[in-house]
Design a protein around this ligand. Sequence first.
Ligand code: NAP
Ligand code: G4F
Length: 348
Amino acid sequence: MDNKIVFITGITGQDGSYLAELLLEKNYKVYGLIRRSSNINTQRIEHIFNNKNLILRYGDLTDGTCLINILSEIKNNHKDMEKLEIYNLAAQSHVKISFEIPEYTANADAFGTLKFLEAIRSCGLEKIARFYQASTSELYGLASHSGANILSETTPFYPRSPYGVAKLYSYWIVKNYRESYDMFACNGILFNHGGVRRGHNFIERKITLGLGKIVRGETDRLTVGNIDSKRDIGNSKDFVEGMWRMLQQDKPDDFVLATGVMHSIRELIEMAFKLKGFDICWKGEGLDEIGYDKNTGRELIFINEKYFRPAEVDWLLGDATKAKEILGWEPNTSIEELLGEMVEQDCK
Ligand code: NAP
Ligand code: G4F
């Protein structure tokens, strides 16, 4: 019986690459969706590219036909499969950019999920497929609206960006297909997670890459936006393990994955820079605020309006008790360890 078959969208992304690695180690046959791009976009999976159990197919979440074709191919190749795990990780995943391309973000991050669920039904795989949807803590958005001070599966949502709103549609359509068609479909409500494969324009990576450039003398500054927002940031490697655990349960459900520790962007900058001997202090206010090294007086951190969002998510702190109790999942990496690993790589 063929039960270790998986289809991953977003396999060239941060999470997709770690998940593919994890499942190849577990002897899965891994099908992955990749996008056509004008230049190579497979750097994160280069080291597993030639694995005989990795099969890549071109496609796009906005193209329902390609999803049907790939699912049909998988069904045909594995006629006796009793289970097909599907991880829908593909998305236009940048919150700030979603304000600039809201329509595309909705097509990929909202309707893409609907197309995928319908493709599963069209291929007659709704009783075989186990579907993981990459939901997000961005659903909580204006978290203080709920009166909560830590966010769990029962906290009401209030998204604050076209990205958050598109992901909210996906959250509900996954729940709806679970209830309407008895599909095994789960939402993983994941709080921020990064690491050495994190996209360069997300804040924790931007900080460690910027620090690296300063240390090597390639630039004299790091320019950022709102440093007072707060995030709960874990390790992508830990989080993909949680995704896999969700699809190994007897029944489908939704789970928060988070570390339960939150820091402001200001604190993340101070922590990362300290690892390279800088003692960052602040002077000035608002857009004129500057981070300088107390030891040398060197001005290093500057604020620029262009990195602010039209609507901000001020804080996100997650309560992963349900995942800990039911999935036996634990975040194994502290923010200090994560930044340490990133600073080491990015300052080489
Ligand atoms: P990422 O590094 O930005 O990767 C996104 C992946 O989606 C890439 O492989 C990208 O392909 C692919 N993609 C984008 N648009 C697509 C489309 N229209 N059709 C097909 N593929 C498309 O994101 P990540 O950090 O790994 O996150 C994985 C998922 O979790 C995303 O859905 C994200 O929204 C969600 N999420 C992330 C976090 C986090 O903190 N990392 C937290 C909560 C939820 P290219 O490589 O060709 O660009
Ligand atoms: O790193 P960010 O862009 O991540 P954000 O917006 O929290 O979204 C990430 O986490 C979500 C889960 O909560 C995912 F769903 C989503 O796909 C993505 O992975 O920004 C974090 C904070 C924001 O408050 C932002 O305003 O950092 C602030 N920030 C300040 N300066 C900056 C910058 N963000 C970016 N990207 N670049 C800056 O220069």
